[in-house]
Design a binder for this molecule. Sequence first.
Ligand SMILES: Nc1ncnc2c1ncn2[C@@H]1O[C@H](COP(=O)(O)OP(=O)(O)O)[C@@H](O)[C@H]1O
Ligand SMILES: [Mg+2]
Length: 386
Amino acid sequence: MPLLPGEATLGVLGGGQLGRMFVHAAQSLGYTCVVLDPDASSPAGTVAQAHLKADYLDGAALAQLAQRCHAITTEFENVPARALETLAATRVVAPGAAAVAICQDRSREKAHFVASGVPCAPYAVLRSGADLAGVGDDLLPGILKTARLGYDGKGQRRVTDRAQLAVAFRELGEVECVLEKMLPLALEMSVLVVRGADGQAVTYPVQQNLHLDGILAVTEVPAPGVPGALQAQARQSAVAIAQGMGYVGVLCVEFFVLKDGRLVVNEMAPRPHNSGHYTMDACDISQFEMQVRAMAGLPLREPRLHSPVVMLNLLGDLWFDAQGQLRTPDWAAVLALPGASLHLYGKAQARVGRKMGHLNLIGPTAEAARDSARQACALLGLPAEW
Ligand SMILES: Nc1ncnc2c1ncn2[C@@H]1O[C@H](COP(=O)(O)OP(=O)(O)O)[C@@H](O)[C@H]1O
Ligand SMILES: [Mg+2]
């Protein structure tokens, strides 16, 4: 039985911007929303009908969340799997603890890619210093990544030889790590797959991503550099990965396209994703509404991209002028551009590197969308060489 709009209450673990946009989508459909997040001014907590201000492992708060909600989701992948298990004893939890636990751990994630038959970079798991000697020469130069808690390029070191590898392993705290072979990348892209509890899965068009300083900067759809056959392969691979872990909800799978044209899976996030924000204005259903539908047991339908789009990530850097003084970007000028839609996350304090919002620029053609996006970059002082 689906949880019907206008009747059911949906809960979110985590109060960040992804939770906020989920709440907006759920409320728009007619659901009531409850957010659990310790921060009194969290972006999602301030827009939900109820905000439980407590830690994610606070037993009383989890009990209240379960009591008030018919189904519960998460908006960041490092939510303790134990919290999800507790909630799942009495409520629908999507995605489930087992799938989230795979996505939280790079070595389990890689093993799942291999089991799903989707090629990833050659890698080795390092659990202690004793494992360093067993690393094959073919993995160097490589990237050493902590198995847990890495994001936006944090928790990684690039290494060219064994001496550097040993130093990097120490610097990362001798915690479990994955060493990946450094691959020659042509470009990076990602795919959103949505799977329902009944096993039905749909995918969105492939998005091409540009990262600057380890943080997503620009997403373009349709992906200009990815041949159609490779896009189809990525979408099929994302479905296989989601099916293989009985995933329910929106999953974002990141891929590399190598210089020789091969497709390699990199990592995945068990939630709507920054690179999927384009869906809010360029598709007939957003990734957040899909998350609502999947957890509520409502029908998923094939999403349709109705307009080419460029998404620009807006970091707190834009709120500072050349002298380091706070300023408000000239949104009126930006919003005068054809096809521009602004989404700010309601964060009171801008900080360098902090995700403050995003700007979608759609157009009747890819060229028109890119043209608007380049003008937006010029107005905002963002790099436009993409
Ligand atoms: N095996 C690899 N070969 C080449 N570049 C890589 C490899 N792994 C990661 N990178 C680069 O580092 C970036 C961050 O790595 P990623 O595993 O996606 O971590 P994060 O969790 O920080 O996003 C990637 O977007 C890509 O540009
Ligand atoms: Mg990544």
